[in-house]
Design a protein around this ligand. Sequence first.
Ligand code: PA5
Length: 447
Amino acid sequence: MRQIQINIKNALGAVTEADINGLDASAANALDKLHTGSGAGNDFLGWLDLPSRTPAGLIDDIQATAVSLRNDCEAVVAIGIGGSYLGAKAVIEALSDSFAAYRNGNGNPQVLFAGQNIGEDYLYELQSYLKGKKFGIIVISKSGTTTEPAIAFRLLKEQLESQLGKAEASKRIVAITDAKRGALRQLATEEGYKTFVIEDSVGGRFSVLSPVGLLPIAVAGYDIKALVQGAADMENATKCHSADNIAEVYAKTRNALYNAGKKIEILVNYNPKLHYFGEWWKQLYGESEGKDHKGIFPAAVDNSTDLHSMGQWIQDGERTIFETVLSVETQEHEVVIPSDEANLDGLNYIAGKRVDEVNKMAELGTRIAHVDGGVPNLRITIPALKEEYLGQLIYFFEKACGISGYILGVNPFNQPGVEDYKRNMFALLAKPGYEKETESIKSRIEG
Ligand code: PA5
């Protein structure tokens, strides 16, 4: 089996092997806590063996639902926010033709996203785009009560019903939510929507390999069996404590760097298709580790694009940063730089080379410059942007996140800080049940 790999040798310098090995016992302990369920947040460990225990029947059901949406719809809107959208968006973008949106008739419905913001113009423009179109909706909310997706769903449901009638519309709506609780579950039951369950023990940011991610990915036309199989392979490869367990290696190295004053980690890609992978990763690590006034700040850049914007800071700014580079070994297509007789642009020195060779030299040149400039470099190689490797990568980051959070000494599976803005927003909007908070916040803003 080809597998993603990690190389940490360019982090040595900022930290020593002894610093990293010094965290070996903590990593073993963290792994043990995960596998025995004896650590903080142990009621949210359902993701740990999700790939290997996903029943074939569930995958078949997701695929059949996807086929029916694909047959009936030109566009399918996946409604969700945070963990209920980022994983699907990341995988679909990584696997898609960059210009799919501009190509007609490629056989795949467009997968659009909503409920991940409260942008009035965004929603207006989406509704106007969908006017008269055959569209479907996948509404995803574990709690079933999140405001952003609830607003988007109310709007699009009304539009779909007015375009098709209630009965037809309900055949094109799929809800993914809690088995019993929440407004969305109640609505789905009353309206007779097809539903999938998000298990209690699978938190939002760990849910991409559940129906939350798998259904939109299948609707986009990708092989969810291969994605889950890749993740299951990584589940198997990261089970036991060892010096070769790549999830432990990553978790130990980033914690050693953090202890040495490297407070910011950037996830770097050299392939624009991985932009949303960086967004997914930021949520996974930010929400899991940023608590108790601790935690590496996760950021992401798209290179070489961002070498022309963030490159200066990374090379030369405050030395509190390290980078983890996602390097894709093989491209799907070949583009060769042509020779030009006049050579007015001076590029003939690279004529005949593949674009990817130039990109790899940009990556290598940047790595050497960053390491020389005091930016430790971790490198994750991915054989190709294919479902099985993305499955491996997703599970690798999830597993490493659990280990890393426990090494850091936080509960990686809660997100208490996310509630604060909601409380204020509800108070400002005078939501029933928030009368006291409304009074108190009004006196602050009016006073
Ligand atoms: O990781 C998380 O738990 C969050 O990002 C949630 O996924 C996000 O807030 C959406 O929640 P819900 O699926 O309940 O609508």
